[in-house]
Ligand binder design. Structure first.
Ligand SMILES: [Zn+2]
Ligand SMILES: [Zn+2]
Length: 432
């Protein structure tokens, strides 16, 4: 036997006959896309993934941290590699016009019916994960070690990764030597993009409650108007980024929801705001949070609120900063398999993820972006850019019109995962 073949060489051998599996994974994608489920309610989606993995004779454990699924494939001594994809969809009314578009309604946490769609591509991540798992399961002579295949619930609420870890993911299934994940992104289908340093922001979402004193609008002097105080918070908080972050340092302060009052002739008792803070450094996130706290308290004092405001952290996520050595190995594998023209560099984004929780206790993680824009959509986007409309012409993640191109995206996603897994899984026994 010659020396160890390269990662890409080993991946290419496994991917050589991948077309039937890709076709099966595409069917799984169409099924998942038409049956999206909200965060925390992913029962059917988890069942589909579990059945797929059981078919490939993985040991499947369900209900890990909610609807989480873990498939275990022990294949001799060697490193353990965890591949992760998300199970959940979003409360979005799909407007892609695709024949397999979602028409599903779910129930939101307040008990209201809402439209649901896979507007973030998690169905595609799952189909790629399933395809990669089937290919690796069918090529057990070509690698050694343990493969952990994880379907994670509740990513969009930034809750599911922690829930799975708190449910003993690493204690029950072993501490992995690498955790790998990918996410669809508005770059051409067929490409992947790796980051250097911080790739995605850390975030903190606050629910702010301002307590006023309700009454008749005709007697404003007898009331404390929480809406006027909330308006002060909204406007003043837009200066936080300009005055707390160094110029050139990305940060976001955004009020995403305002709830107060019922009619024009009533001053309500309270106003509620949902405020999200994002930054690429944890200490800057702390600084933004301190500024928000000061502004809310000061505006309430200025309005004459008799009760102090409440600021509650309702969701948070760490900065996504993949392990440099693992990322370099995965990127090199991708460049060798796909060619350097299909591997690009991801500039830091203020999107966020709960994936970095998997890096707990120093577990190395790698994360890359998976291009999902087809040539027609890409050209239309470029033309829009030339007209000055900018790249927003390409509907991105969370848009009702988000429509990844299945063909090039899925096959690349499967190839990227198989290759990345092989950077840490041991080489198989030489053929007889
Ligand atoms: Zn999302
Ligand atoms: Zn997502």
């Amino acid at each position: 036997m010659s020396a160890d073949p390269s990662v890409a060489h080993r991946a290419a051998a496994i991917l050589a006959d991948s077309r039937p599996v890709t076709t099966q994974a595409a069917a799984l994608y169409l099924d998942l896309h038409a049956h999206p489920e909200l965060s925390g309610a992913e029962r059917r989606t988890a069942g589909q993934l579990a059945a797929w993995l059981a078919h490939d004779r993985l040991r499947v454990v369900r209900d890990v941290g909610g609807h989480g699924v873990v498939g275990v494939l022990e294949n001799g001594p060697g490193p353990s590699v965890l591949l992760r994809a998300e199970l959940d969809a979003l409360p979005v009314a799909e407007r892609t016009g695709l024949p397999y578009a979602s028409t599903v309604t779910g129930i939101d946490p307040d008990g209201r019916p809402v439209p649901v769609a896979h507007a973030c591509g998690h169905d595609l991540h799952l189909a790629a994960l399933a395809g990669a798992a089937r290919l690796l399961a069918g090529a057990r002579d070509r690698w050694r070690g343990t493969l952990l295949v994880v379907g994670q619930p509740a990513e969009e609420t930034l809750y599911g990764a922690r829930a799975m870890l708190d449910d003993g993911l690493y204690q029950r299934f072993g501490r992995p030597d690498a955790v790998l994940a990918q996410h669809t992104a508005p770059i051409p289908a067929g490409m992947v993009a790796h980051g250097a340093g911080a790739m995605l922001a850390g975030s903190r979402t606050f629910e702010v409650v301002i307590h006023g004193r309700g009454g008749h609008v005709a007697t404003p002097h007898l009331t404390v108007d929480p809406i006027a105080a909330a308006a002060g918070v909204i406007l003043r908080s837009q200066a936080i980024v300009a005055r707390e972050a160094a110029p050139g340092e990305p940060a976001v302060v955004s009020v995403g929801s305002v709830r107060a009052g019922s009619r024009s002739n009533i001053v309500p008792d309270e106003a509620r705001l949902d405020v999200t803070l994002r930054a690429l450094r944890p200490d800057l996130l702390d600084r933004l949070a301190a500024a928000l706290d000061r502004i809310v308290r000061a505006e309430c004092a200025a309005a004459g609120c008799t009760e102090p405001p409440e600021l509650r952290v309702v969701a948070e996520s760490p900065v996504t900063e993949p392990d440099p050595a693992l990322t370099a190995a995965v990127r090199a594998g991708h460049e060798e398999l796909l060619g350097t023209s299909r591997v690009t560099t991801w500039p830091p984004s203020l999107a966020t993820e709960d994936f970095p929780y998997f890096a707990t206790d120093g577990v190395p993680v790698a994360y890359w972006m998976l291009g999902s824009v087809g040539p027609r959509q890409w050209s239309a986007g470029r033309a829009g850019g030339e007209r000055g409309a900018g790249p927003a012409v390409i509907p991105g993640n969370h848009s009702p019109r988000f429509a990844p191109q299945l063909a090039g995206t899925l096959s690349t996603g499967i190839a990227a995962l198989v290759t990345a897994a092989l950077t840490r899984l041991g080489p198989g026994a030489p053929p007889d």
